[in-house]
Design a protein around this ligand. Structure first.
Ligand code: FAD
Length: 580
């Protein structure tokens, strides 16, 4: 596997042009995010990720996490790299200052995660899940809970998990059955006895952090059926005393680790709560409002998973370019020089590399555009807050689809060696494959787009975004056409299509919409570079942006037929006939 070289200049360009960091730093809240600090963070975390996390990517894949006598062990090096991460304060970038964080924009924590995840996607899930737990407690925890749990989570001394999934409750979270019974008296009066089994819990058990704060969804006695009867609980691995010190171990354990296709260094745990009837949890927020609380953090968590698409695409692209520059096969077709050349000289390999690069940069542009809208929402600006909501399923679904596509092309560029594990190209693809599945499958994201998001503000949230793209695309016929086709589909879906028809076309529409926004944001990058920004990208950016606008955008237009095909054909064969 090739080393990781942080794409610092492209990240800075996206942070400036797409997130608009300079404007954010003019607000009182984000005043600290001045140009010098932003540059220092982006360069610093890139260097840290390349030096500490990247060298562990291969060994993490080969050896993976192991469960031994109830404890999860990671290969040598993970503990010291995590300690260094905590010590250098990277975990605390955008967390609240009153809990020891730096209070910087979400945009910058995206960059921390982007670098760590390109270096080592499996390892990066540990900080990523903690960020989610911090957000949930920040918004829904009581003052006492925030004071007790947040400082250690923010520093990274403790880590966090999200416990939704149960065997019968995957996409349908409302089907979960774990229980929470109020404790009336004794030492834990006012708290709850938690009982149940959760599956697929990322970093559910490990010894890198001193404590693990599990956020667990469970049902109170007599809670309403379905998602309206779910409450959220803090369930620490070790009890936390009132002074913040650690007490005895709680009644919870990791029963087993899943054997997976990829992200082998991320322990995916089956967790059992309350085997001995003594698992203690604290309610977060109001009773039966747990799913709402989880959803607060899910928005950013979904962006962070979309970010994984950019991460793995970047790493796979770097690896493919290195291989293609080195591997020699055949003379260049039509060349008088009959000597064999590096495969990067062949037109089809060029096409693949250009596709990898421009898709990666497109996802990055979309990611930071969305992050910037989240930050404006945090400042209290309603329109960008709503726009971020529209963008979340695009970042999550298209971003992770691109991660899989690009890492797949990476294998293709390696030829037979791509199929052989030792190059590392296969690991990127295996790691990438989970991201379209977890944090709400991409099908669920697309459904969210055509139902909830399309309905926001009577459709204006979507239509205003498309109008902005069309306004800026007057000199870009393909992008303009794509924005107009998206508008046509969105109007049909909102006004005429049946629910089945909408859902049947949701994924192609989500892809079209994502490509339109990404193309628009890449166009802005190319214009900024044309005006002298990011001189280091003066040669490459106009080309990668042009490839996106000329080759990727027209492909997306071609998905209109599938987006508007409706559901009738899909149901014209009964399920039994599909199997026959
Ligand atoms: C490695 C890994 C790590 C994970 N980490 C965590 C974690 O930390 N915490 C946690 O709680 N969970 C975690 N998960 C669980 C993950 O979020 C679920 O796997 C995911 O939500 C999908 O649920 P499911 O696997 O039950 O699939 P299902 O819900 O059975 O879905 C199967 C297929 O059917 C489709 N489908 C289902 N319902 C619908 C519908 N209504 N409309 C259209 N299509 C539908 C889906 O899109 C999918 O393609 C993890 C999973 C894995 C594999």
């Amino acid at each position: 596997m090739t080393p990781y070289t942080p794409p610092t200049q492209d990240q800075l360009l996206a942070i400036r042009v797409n997130a608009g960091i300079e404007e954010l730093s003019q607000s009182e809240r984000f005043a600290a995010a001045e140009a010098d600090l932003v540059e220092a963070i982006v360069a610093g975390v890139g260097e840290f990720a390349a030096g500490e996390f990247a060298p562990l990517n291969r060994i993490g894949d080969l050896e993976g996490a192991k469960l031994e006598n109830g404890a999860v062990r990671l290969p040598d090096g993970f503990k010291s790299a995590y300690d260094a991460y905590v010590e250098q304060g990277w975990n605390a970038i955008s967390s609240p200052e009153e809990s020891g964080g730096q209070g910087l924009p979400f945009t910058l924590s995206c960059n921390v995660l982007e670098n760590l995840g390109s270096a080592n996607m499996a390892f990066n899930l540990l900080p990523m899940l903690s960020v989610g737990a911090i957000e949930a407690l920040e918004h829904h925890g009581s003052d006492a809970q925030r004071a007790l749990y947040l400082p250690q989570l923010v520093s990274g001394a403790w880590s966090g998990t999200m416990n939704l999934t149960e065997p019968q409750a995957g996409s349908d979270v409302g089907a979960l059955r774990s229980t929470a019974t109020p404790i009336d008296d004794g030492e834990h009066a006012g708290k709850y006895l938690i009982q149940g089994q959760k599956i697929f819990i990322t970093w559910g058990e490990h010894d890198l952090a001193q404590n693990i704060i599990h956020l667990v969804l469970a049902r109170l006695p007599d809670a309403p059926e379905g998602s309206r009867g779910i409450s959220l609980f803090i369930v620490p691995k070790y009890h936390v005393n009132a002074d913040g010190s650690l007490g005895a171990k709680n009644d919870l354990r990791c029963v087993s680790l899943e054997h997976k296709l990829g992200i082998n260094a991320s322990p995916t745990c089956v967790m059992s709560y309350g085997d001995n009837g003594e698992c203690i949890g604290e309610l977060v927020g109001a009773e039966n409002r747990g799913l709402m609380a989880m959803f607060t953090m899910m928005n950013n968590a979904r962006i962070n998973v979309g970010n994984q698409g950019a991460q793995i695409a970047e790493r796979a692209t770097q690896q493919a370019i290195a291989y293609a520059s080195d591997r020699v096969q055949s003379a260049r077709a039509g060349s008088p020089d009959k000597n064999a050349v590096a495969i990067i000289e062949h037109p089809d390999v060029r096409r693949m590399i250009m596709r990898m690069k421009s898709l990666t940069e497109g996802v990055r542009a979309l990611l930071y555009y969305c992050a910037g809208q989240v930050d404006r929402g945090t400042l209290g600006d309603e329109a960008p807050r709503m726009r971020a909501e529209v963008l979340v399923p695009l970042v999550k679904a298209w971003g992770t689809d691109v991660g899989v596509e690009v890492s797949g092309i990476g294998i293709q560029i390696h030829g037979g060696m791509g199929f052989i594990e030792e190059t590392g190209a296969a690991q990127h693809w295996r790691d990438a494959r989970i991201a379209p599945i977890y944090e709400g499958t991409n099908g669920i994201q697309a459904a969210d787009l055509v139902t909830r998001k399309l309905g926001m503000d009577g459709g204006n949230a979507v239509f205003e975004l498309l109008a902005d793209i069309a306004r800026d695309a007057q000199d870009e016929p393909a992008l303009l056409a794509l924005a107009q086709e998206c508008e046509t589909i969105a109007k049909w879906m909102r006004d005429d299509a049946s629910l089945d028809d909408k859902l049947a076309g949701s994924v192609p529409f989500c892809t079209m919409f994502s490509v339109a926004v990404a193309g628009w944001q890449l166009l802005k990058q190319a214009q900024a570079v044309g005006q002298g920004q990011a001189p280091a990208l003066a040669q490459s950016k106009p080309v990668t942006a042009r490839f996106f606008l000329d080759c990727i955008v027209p492909e997306a237009i071609g998905q209109k037929a599938a987006a508007m095909a409706g559901a009738e054909l899909l149901y014209s064969l009964p399920a039994e006939a599909l199997a026959g």
